[in-house]
Design a protein around this ligand. Structure first.
Ligand code: ADP
Ligand code: NI
Length: 215
């Protein structure tokens, strides 16, 4: 199958599966990551096909829902349907399996430029205006308070604890979002993360002022 056709077919599959998903991994997140990763791939002169496919399927069979084994099996099956080159499949699998920042306990390392780009693009979508929106959407989904000044910032020691924790959403900025800028892989990613990071700091400053009735 022609490369562009493969991309379009996989895009359709992902769109059908993730459209309307409510936990911050919906189709629009994937589309943003895909577009961002493509831009970065041009700037960083990476293999565009690998970047495009990896970005499209990076949240398709999330290990949080399918387990790691399920994610490997289902992702492998999909790739084998469309791609003949075993080496390419191997590279994409490696990217997908190493992509997420697993609750802050492990920092997944990417072995290829293409993986670094997709991981940066995914992280960028947790930052800035979109990142703030996603954080509060996620918090609402989990019935969490937006903020609670009586609740001390929390640290989680393991993934289960993290997933089930009852923190407030502002805490998530300190637990994860404000740490991401120092984890970026590429120069392009670092620059964009810095801007989005500053935007979030301004947001928090304004948030606390409004909270205290000062502004
Ligand atoms: P990943 O993209 O690495 O799989 P997650 O599934 O942890 O990330 O997060 C998806 C989105 O939900 C991100 O925008 C993230 O900031 C947000 N999110 C995750 N955990 C929380 C939380 N405890 N509070 C608020 N937002 C969260
Ligand atoms: Ni993602």
């Amino acid at each position: 199958m022609e490369r562009q056709k493969i991309i379009e077919s996989i895009k359709d599959i992902v769109k059908k599966q993730l459209m309307g998903e409510g936990t911050g991994h919906d189709w629009w997140h994937t589309l943003r990551v895909y577009n961002m990763a493509k831009n970065m791939a041009t700037q960083e002169k990476a293999n565009m096909f690998i970047v495009e496919i990896s970005a499209l399927i990076h949240d398709l069979y999330d290990w949080k829902f399918y387990g790691e084994e399920g994610q490997i099996r289902k992702t492998g099956k999909l790739l084998n349907e469309f791609i003949e080159d075993e080496k390419e499949i191997e590279i994409i699998m490696d990217i997908i399996m190493n992509i997420s920042f697993k609750g802050g306990t492990a920092s997944a390392k990417q072995n290829t430029l293409e993986g670094k780009i997709v991981q940066d693009a995914d992280r960028l979508d947790a930052l800035g205006a979109i990142g703030i929106g996603r954080a509060f959407a996620y918090g609402g989904h989990k019935n969490r308070e937006m903020y609670n000044p009586n609740m001390a910032p929390m640290k989680y020691s393991n993934l289960e604890e993290y997933k089930n924790s009852k923190g407030h959403t502002i805490n998530h900025f300190y637990e994860k979002l404000l740490l991401l800028k120092d984890k970026m892989n590429t120069q392009t990613g670092k620059k964009m993360a810095k801007e989005r990071h500053e935007f979030m700091e301004n947001f928090l400053e304004q948030f606390y002022k409004e909270w205290d009735g000062e502004k």
